[in-house]
Design a protein around this ligand. Structure first.
Ligand SMILES: C[S@@+](CC[C@H](N)C(=O)[O-])C[C@H]1O[C@@H](n2cnc3c(N)ncnc32)[C@H](O)[C@@H]1O
Length: 324
């Protein structure tokens, strides 16, 4: 699915929107909003136009007008491609959901795919795959693991994490909700198998066959970790590892939605939720993940393990059953 067209279908409205965009580029957000409102008088059902109008109002600091625009957007965008629910929640004008806004994330990355690497790695200093790979390598050495049999890269994107995992994994699968991201990575031939799937749904349908899972910069779109881990842990082999990153905050809240429309997770709450989900935390680091509008984004890198089956205990139990 690609993001809805930014053409309104009306030549005059498009022209006004074009002038508005030029004004916004010069920081003239109030004037841009004014012109965009005029464009929307001609095409009141143009969802993308309401999205842009909300953004101009927001940047101008007129939150009430931005909320009004996003409410129009919400009414027009049943699928949630434009993320109106998230925008309203961030501005205190709607329930703060804690789950993945699947259509929004899909459309976001469909639109972003062709410039993902130049933007994130080139301009924003994104190094999560490299850092997670380093942490994983250290843990492999500590545990005496030479190679994983079956790896699953959740939210594989353009394959930056997969490229790092490739030498460590026999059979490597990637899944992602965005068809355009999958198409970018398919060209590189990194993965043995690629599927366009939502990760919680995909994990819920699997048996415990992966001995490594990775999710670099992915759970920041999923919000509450409980449903993610409830699906992930059963799909991991006993003794299997999972390595992932999160954006971090220091507060008490388990998770909250940031103005960036990404979720930040609490450090203590994350440790607790991992343990409750039945994982052992092997490595836990707080790091700078990347920059966002010039500011560092603090985050967590985690390597955790599903406890191996205790064979001797299992045998003891079996013997006991027979004796009884
Ligand atoms: C910031 S990119 C990171 C891509 C890659 N892991 C990397 O490190 O370069 C996040 C990716 O996660 C995917 N994604 C986010 N939420 C998802 C979900 N619930 N199910 C599947 N993919 C998801 C997005 O489509 C996007 O490709």
């Amino acid at each position: 699915m690609t993001r809805a067209s930014y053409s309104s279908g009306d030549v005059i409205a498009d022209r006004r929107a074009g002038y508005a965009k030029a004004l916004a580029a010069d920081g003239e957000f109030a004037a841009a909003a004014d012109l965009m409102s005029q464009a929307l008088e001609l095409v009141p059902h143009w969802a993308a136009g309401w999205d842009v109008l909300g953004d101009y109002h927001d940047r101008h600091g007129d939150v009430a007008a931005a909320i009004s625009a996003w409410r129009h957007l919400e009414a027009l965008d049943d699928a949630g491609v434009f993320g109106a629910r998230l925008k309203l929640a961030v501005h205190g004008a709607g329930p703060a959901g804690t789950g993945t806004a699947v259509s929004y994330v899909e459309a976001l990355f469909d639109q972003y795919a062709s410039k993902f690497e130049s933007s994130l790695v080139g301009k924003l200093g994104y190094r999560v795959p490299e850092m997670l790979d380093g942490l994983l390598a250290a843990e492999m050495t500590a545990l005496g693991i030479e190679r994983f049999e079956r790896g699953l890269d959740l939210g594989c994107g353009t394959g930056l994490m997969g490229a790092r995992m490739r030498t460590k994994v026999g059979y490597l699968e990637g899944i992602d909700i965005s068809a355009a991201m999958i198409a970018e990575t398919a060209r590189k031939g990194i993965y043995d198998r690629l599927d366009k799937l939502e990760l919680v749904a995909a994990l819920s349908a699997r048996r415990a066959d992966a001995d490594l899972m990775t999710a670099a910069d992915v759970f920041i779109y999923c919000g509450d970790l409980k449903p993610v881990l409830a699906a992930l842990v059963p799909a991991l082999r006993p003794g299997g590892l999972v390595a992932f990153s999160l954006e971090a905050h220091d507060g008490e809240e388990a998770v909250f939605l940031r103005p960036s429309l990404r979720y930040a997770h609490g450090i203590k709450a994350t440790r607790d939720v991992l343990v409750v989900a039945g994982l052992e935390i092997l490595r836990f680091q707080t790091v700078v993940l990347r920059l966002d509008r010039g500011a560092p984004i603090n985050g967590m890198l985690v390597v955790a393990r599903k406890p191996p089956v205790d064979v001797s205990a299992a045998n003891d139990g079996a013997d006991g059953d027979v004796a009884a």
